[in-house]
Write a new protein. Sequence first.
Length: 544
Amino acid sequence: MQLINLSMSFGDEELFENVNLQISDNEKVGVVGVNGAGKTTFFKLIMGIEEADSGKIVLGNNRVSWLPQVLDDSVSSLDISVFDFLLSGRPIERLNRELQDNYEKLSLEKDENKQKKIFKIIDNLQKKLDYWDCYTAENVLLKIIDGMNIDDSMLEKKLSELSGGQKSKVAFARLLYSKPEIILLDEPTNHLDKDTKDYVINYLKNYKGSVFVISHDTDFLNKVTCMTLFLDKRRKTFELYNGNYDRFKELYAQQEKNIQLQVERTQKEEEKLKSFIDKYANSSGKRKKMVQDREKKLEKLLKNKIDVSPALKTAKIDITINRESTTIPLKVQNVSFKYNDYDKKNIINNLSFNLLKGEKFLIVGKNGVGKSTLLKLIVGELKPNSGEIVIGNKTDIGYYAQEHELLDNNKSIIDNFAEVNISQSKLRSVLGRFLFSGDDVFKKVGILSPGERSRVALAKLSLSGANFLILDEPTNHLDPETQTIIADTFKNFPGTMLVVSHNPEFVDNLGIERTLILPDGIISYYDRSLPEYFYKLNTKHSSK
């Protein structure tokens, strides 16, 4: 892959400028940088989804497959079985049909020249089938299915029936089966249990192709990647480092230290030269020549002076409540739910619990057991098949949806706050604290990175005045620094909080009192071992 004078901006904001870089084939590359540095945009440029302002990316004849953080609706809503979706990762069925059609044409064709043309087509089709390992492809797929822990019951389901986490897992398996020369992975461990993650790590390490990975999972990066591509938001450029993520951090820290030392030396030398020039500015004779010599040195020094990029700003989050809720803000009484009448089992089955004012309550469980579904039932997006959900008087709900479903991707950031009753100046001030300033606020939400959309959703939450927060995996898509900031904010929140999260570090700092374990409906006092256990089974993303 070669990047030639690559530049990209959104409105007045420049992401990167005149990037020139060459990356050898078959490299395993971690792509890192703060939220908003352009990591996902870089992948979209490779895929041809976005078009660069100038420059180009040269891929040769390599085929590229991309696993995005959030699946496109056109994929996730397909009305075909999971197994058929996986099989479609290789075009073997289509190629076999074309091969059969051409053999039939050949049997009927009498013209020798036309026969030669058909033979050529047949030979080309056979070469493609050989590339796709047509005789052993199903065995390859079954090995991937086993490695990805996709059970037989899931294979029989339609893709549209799966939870968000299950869909992403299946899409990942299909990508591995599709055998591209270049794989792009955007937060690939979000829906992987520990065993599946170990399988994927081993698979990618031995993969005969290039792999580019965006991930906040540093353990995954360290085990898979041998190079690190750093998208430097401050300097608007890319830099390639040899080594995995930990090695990159060492090299980058040393590089920053060396730059700072050089800046300090330059500053001292500049002050020394300016002091001499000022002191002897009106001298004559030898001293005048010495002043002239110092002026030349100063001119050269200033010409080669390193410009230190300003430090990146961090988000500042403040959440207050408009009023106190009643003593019991939530009652869940004998609630059952399933999505379709023909489903054999309920996703939520005869579940009951109450929340007390000011309580912080955690929900954990494997992917697909109904965590996000339960939250949607509570906020009224879904209706129980039986049982009752009672929201207490004076209870104001603020809901953070896992995949930012409450945001309108077709509207600008600022237009997504149309229902918020505050002045434009105050709104701009709040958005500024979430790192959206100037013309940033006029960007369409749909073009933002998942991390930036998370900040928009958090900004809406901060202005809700809600006394009952319902949070579905709020640390997803956020860089570690921002995760720490929101953990501190929610820790001090004075209202009631219902949280779905398997991020042990985040959860452990919230002051959780009780934990609901799905699907069993067991409620226990908080123990850090619970989120740690489910972190191993699941991902930082939840499912239904």
